[in-house]
Design a protein around this ligand. Structure first.
Ligand code: FAD
Length: 323
C-alpha cells in the first residue's frame, strides 16, 4: 500500500476520518476462525457519508475494496488483504421499529452491523416472529443478508423487504425486494454493495411461543455443532439433496488435519482451528476434502466460507496431512 493511498483517503473523509482509518490492521481478531493477516487499510466508517466518500475515493485511485461483517463466514489469508477493508462499526448498530396500526405486523430497519442475535432477541421480546430460526447464527445483519443466512428451513431472504447500501462508486442506493435475488446462501447483486441497513417484515406472534422456538433451535445447535474451537460454521454448502457433512464423513475424513486445522470429529462439515492454525492450513484441508469427496462420491463440494486475500496452491496438502 502506498502512503499516497492513505493520504488520499484521509483527505476525502470527514473530520473524524483519521480515527476511523487504521494502517496494517490485524484481521485475525475480526474473524471467528481467529486466523488471517493484516489489512493494508481498515476503515470503520462512522456514517454513510464517510463510507460513500471512502468508496468513491478508493475507486478513483484504483484501490481494491473488501467488505467484512462479523467475520463468521470468512477465511482471511495469512498474507492479509491488500487495499481497503471496510468493516461497519457501532454507528451501524441500531434498530428502528414501525408497528402496523393493528399491531399485526412490524417492519424493523436494522443497521448492518447489528448482531443477528441481538435482532432475534429484540424481535422475540417485542412478540414479532419470522426470524427466530436464526437464533444462534453468529455474525451481523449485513453479512447475514449477503449470505442469505439460514437454518432449520428458514432463510433471511424470506423476511427481507429492502436493503440499503452504498455502491463501490460511492452511490447510496435502496434495493426493494423485487430487485433482490436470494438463493441458497447467496444474495446475487448486480453491483457490489456495502449493505448499510436491512428492513425485515415480521408478523405478530407471542413472546412465549417465540422463546420456546428459540430454545429448541439453540438446543439443536448445541448437540450438532462443535463447541470449544474457533471455526466459521459450515465450511461447504450442502449439494442439492445431500449433506456435505455426510459426504465428508463417508470419505473417512473426520479428524483429518493439516497443520492445526482439523475436520471436526463432532461435525464433519466444520473445520476447527485447534490453536495457531494458518489460513493456508484451512485452505489446504478444504482442497484435500474436496478431492477425497470427489473421488468417493463424484460430488464437488462448493465452499460456503468466503475466501479473502491471496492464496498459494494446495500442492503440498497431502504431504502435510496427519490424522
Ligand atoms: C458457529 C457458527 C455457526 C454458524 N451457523 C450458521 C447457520 O446455521 N446458518 C448460516 O447460514 N450460517 C451460519 N454460520 C455462518 C455465518 O455466521 C453466517 O454466514 C453469517 O450470516 C455471516 O455474517 P458475518 O457478518 O459474520 O459476515 P462475514 O463472515 O463477515 O462475511 C460474509 C460475506 O458477507 C459479506 N459481507 C459482510 N458484511 C457485509 C455488508 N455489510 N455488506 C456487504 N457484504 C457484506 C462479506 O464480504 C463476505 O463475502 C455459522 C458460523 C459459525 C461460526
Amino acid at each position: 500500500m502506498s502512503a499516497d493511498a492513505y493520504t488520499e483517503l484521509l483527505r476525502a473523509l470527514p473530520a473524524d476520518g483519521a480515527s476511523a482509518l487504521s494502517v496494517d490492521a490485524p484481521l485475525a481478531r475480526c474473524t471467528s476462525f481467529r486466523i488471517g493477516g493484516p489489512a493494508d487499510l481498515l476503515l470503520a466508517p462512522t456514517s454513510v457519508a464517510m463510507l460513500a466518500a471512502a468508496l468513491a475515493t478508493a475507486q478513483r485511485i484504483g484501490l481494491s475494496v473488501t467488505i467484512l461483517g462479523g467475520g463468521t463466514n470468512v477465511l482471511v489469508s495469512d498474507r492479509g488483504v491488500r487495499g481497503l477493508v471496510v468493516r461497519l462499526g457501532r454507528a451501524f448498530d441500531y434498530r428502528r421499529w414501525e408497528i402496523a396500526d393493528d399491531a399485526s405486523s412490524a417492519v424493523v430497519e436494522a443497521g448492518a452491523s447489528t448482531r443477528l442475535a441481538k435482532l432475534v432477541a429484540e424481535s422475540v421480546q417485542r412478540g414479532f416472529g419470522g426470524i427466530e430460526f436464526a437464533a444462534g447464527i453468529p455474525g451481523s445483519v449485513g453479512g447475514g443478508a449477503l449470505m442469505n443466512a439460514g437454518a432449520f428451513g428458514g432463510e433471511l431472504g424470506n423476511v427481507i423487504d429492502c436493503i440499503a447500501g452504498c455502491t463501490l462508486a460511492g452511490e447510496v442506493v435502496d434495493l426493494v425486494r423485487s430487485r433482490l435475488d436470494f438463493s441458497y446462501r447467496k444474495l446475487a447483486l448486480a453491483d457490489a454493495l456495502v449493505i448499510t441497513s436491512v428492513r425485515f417484515r415480521l408478523a405478530r406472534s407471542s413472546t412465549a411461543k417465540l422463546r420456546s422456538t428459540v430454545q429448541t433451535v439453540q438446543a439443536k445447535r448445541r448437540t450438532k455443532q462443535p463447541l470449544g474451537f474457533p471455526n466459521a460454521g459450515s465450511i461447504f454448502k450442502n449439494p442439492a439433496g445431500e449433506f456435505a457433512g455426510r459426504l465428508i464423513e463417508q470419505a473417512g475424513l473426520k479428524g483429518t488435519a493439516v497443520g492445526n486445522a482439523q475436520v471436526s470429529p463432532d461435525h464433519a462439515n466444520f473445520i476447527v482451528n485447534l490453536g495457531g492454525a494458518r489460513a493456508q492450513d484451512v485452505h489446504d484441508l478444504m482442497s484435500l476434502v474436496q478431492g477425497a469427496v470427489w473421488r468417493r462420491s463424484g460430488v464437488w463440494l462448493e465452499p460456503e466460507v468466503r475466501l479473502i486475500g491471496e492464496w498459494d496452491e494446495a500442492a503440498s496438502a497431502s504431504t502435510q496431512m496427519s490424522e
